[in-house]
Design a protein around this ligand. Sequence first.
Ligand code: HEM
Length: 405
Amino acid sequence: MKVQDFATFKLSDYNISDDYGFILQEPLDTLPSYYEPWMNIADNLTALIETKRLREKVQRMPELGIQHLKDYKEKVLARVLLSHIVMGYVWQDADQGVVKVLPRTLAIPYCHLSKILGLPLIMVHADFVLANWKRKDALGPLTMENLSTIVSLPGGNSLQGFVLVTLLVEVAAIPGIKAVVQAIKALLTEDRPTLLQALRNMAQSIQNMGEALQLMYDYVDSDIYYNTIRIFLSGWKDNPSMPNGLLYEGAVDEPLCFSGGSAAQSTVFHVYDELFGINHQPESFDFLLKMRQYMPPAHSSFIDWVKGVPKLSVYVQQSADLDLLSAFNMCVSTLTDVRSLHIRIVSKYVTTAGARARVKGLAAGSGAQHLQERGTGGSLAMTFLKSVRDTCKGGLLKKSTAADC
Ligand code: HEM
């Protein structure tokens, strides 16, 4: 990449907002009246699932076309609503009475919309979090107190907390993503003072992401997460309760398999790994690469763009500038710390909560038999997460000494 390539660079070309990062800026929360049948179901989704009436409702739903969705935001909202309805439809009865077919009333518009938006036929992080938020007070800040989801799933306040804490991690990442672009430009122009400042801004932003992540402990109950929430994020790939995947009736001829929703589909961490030159172990990297297919295509193209720039780690190492090296290492070690915190969270919300559920004999009824200690994205959670964290730590640069030259 050359300096002149920067002349036309705009974050918005990658569907990234200067003010909101990867989050969809001010999502709509209502569709045109033609789509009232979808809105009605989405508004009552939790109650319909809990009273086991959702499947019947969906089967009786009229088959609506997507031609009345005028612009991008309406299409995104429609996809958010339908994605949640799909997850509710499939997992209404948890592992018992799993469906093999998604009825055409839901499958046809869902497949059309997903094709236009370039997303897989299952709910992803972008549906569950990035476009699923609204302010209670329209002029108020992006804080826990002033936010709610547009559409919800079972899990009550913990479900709200889970979505909104994840959103706040994305909010904390916004200045860091801007600093990534600033750093790349400074790297290309060899503007060391600006590069130093950009790295310091990134380190601060990554630290703020960790502080936001910590809120999980305050807002999400681990038993509710383990026994209720995660079933609705599960996928139908490598899932013994849906060995053949799901048939999207009237839209696709063969059943298809997709991984469940996971914040491994958040673009932020992938961008940092590419920028800092973190080379994950092949198996972990393979999983992370698959997760890029579950991101809005423009966001995963941004990762490719970052990957294409000259190696920042090589530049910093060769510069022998101790301030740059220490700012670079601060970024990598803070990212490692966030990953260690995330591992502690998974230990509480998956490992320990799972053990408790098994002691109480809840596991059989929890509906997440196939998940056990797997992540909702389908990875062998702890092995994968520790490998990713340790490789991240391995990205720290050493001070070069005279002997290295
Ligand atoms: C109760 C809260 C959470 C739990 C139990 C949890 C669990 C997991 C699990 C099990 C994985 C492994 C992949 C999979 O199979 O899904 C994973 C991956 C990941 N999660 Fe979370 N997660 C939580 C919250 C978050 C939040 C709020 C974020 C930040 C946006 C996040 C970011 C990630 C990332 C980036 C990965 C990929 C691994 C990495 O790059 O380090 N997670 N999560």
